[in-house]
Design a binder for this molecule. Sequence first.
Ligand SMILES: C[S@@+](CC[C@H](N)C(=O)[O-])C[C@H]1O[C@@H](n2cnc3c(N)ncnc32)[C@H](O)[C@@H]1O
Length: 222
Amino acid sequence: MRIIKKEKQIVSQERVSNHGEVYTGEREVNAMLDLVKQETERIDSRFLEPACGTGNFLAEVLERKLLIVALRYSKSQLEYERYAVLAVSSIYGIDILQDNVVECRKRLFDIFNHDYKRFFKGETKGKCGEAIRYILKKNIIWGDALNLKTVERNPQPITFSEWSPVNGNMLKRRDFTFRVLLDHAAVKELPLFSDLGDDVYIPKPVKEYPLINFLKVADIDK
Ligand SMILES: C[S@@+](CC[C@H](N)C(=O)[O-])C[C@H]1O[C@@H](n2cnc3c(N)ncnc32)[C@H](O)[C@@H]1O
């Protein structure tokens, strides 16, 4: 059974005027995601929504990915956790309104938690829930997708973490600024590696972290 999504499309006229806040309906979300159906069902396929609202698109992407995780891995709790973390870690969002960011993170967590409890009785095991919450905090960013900065007293460049699984249970985290990733996307036709002397462009991380067990990823900030 799926969590019923809310169909609220407008919060207030003021927010529509100030921020163009009109949410996409479930039917349109599904029709658009069906255009890239294969990607929405690939557990590690990365999605970024630069004006994510409360996550109408991201929630559906996560549900589709978790369906695949459930089909393949629900017999083993550890395997399920590993791939559920991978699914969540590949979903990114930005919104300029803080309440939307908070709601989007919670909504994605609840989708994960709801599914998890179907297969493994009781609340999400402490460490896995902590890892998911931590990754959502990093991936769903309170920021301005136009000036590429966070929204706070001292705005900082928006930075995304790349989470890559290594040797099963380990995770490699590398942080990139949004600007560098956009520049990379703009010239991505160039080959990453070339032996012909062509220009190549490989985005440089602003920070790299040591390998860590995927369930301990939140320990980085402790
Ligand atoms: C039309 S709504 C779409 C929300 C969601 N993508 C959907 O389809 O349901 C636009 C969203 O963009 C956000 N927004 C407006 N300007 C923004 C900016 N400069 N940077 C990031 N988010 C912005 C608003 O807060 C609002 O949640």
